[in-house]
Write a protein of this length. Sequence first.
Length: 200
Amino acid sequence: MVAEQIEARGVRDKHVLDAMRSVPRHVFVPEAGPQAAYADHPLPIGYGQTISQPYMVAYMCEIAQLEKKSRVLEVGTGSGYGAAIIAQLAQHVYTIDIAPALANLAEQTLQSLGYNNISVKSGDGCEGWRDEAPFDAIIVTAAAPKIPSALVEQLKDGGRLVIPVGHQFFTQRLVLVEKDGERIKQRDMMLVRFVPLRSG
Ligand code: SAH
């Protein structure tokens, strides 16, 4: 998976590649079976949601430039796989999902694997996680029609937000937002396809 799908497409960050090698993806998608779990595409995880393609998880972590001391917010816990990858790279992950059933299941899976640097809660991630802000990085794994202002507010100075922007059934842009004092820099990184970020 790592050599053919991720390194071959240009992800070079050694820590990201190591994390992608060490987290057992099949544990997060038990229904898929051990082979399909590592295939080059997203997979259903129930409730109409999907676990992202392995390459996309790696790429988003690489451009977020996570460091061992980073405190990271993930919006869209889903299976918990992305949170596990981030947890290998950062100090602590705060992950939030609007679907309580997914948040609970992900929390159990992550506990069973022994992670102690991931906090999971259910709620609307468009509001961020005020009690734990600000964050060095925020990674959103569902597409927003526009960038939620609370997320930009909850970034540290120098922090990075990675978020798919666009509408369901249309092409979306993966946007990298960098906060530099009062300046907010935005860059389109690639075209992507994510499930929609729900609000409320
Ligand atoms: N990172 C996940 C993939 C998540 S799919 C993984 O590794 O498996 C997108 C997730 O975003 C879904 O679980 C969906 O329930 C969640 N979601 C959608 N809108 C949301 C919102 N407003 N706040 C938090 N989570 C949301």
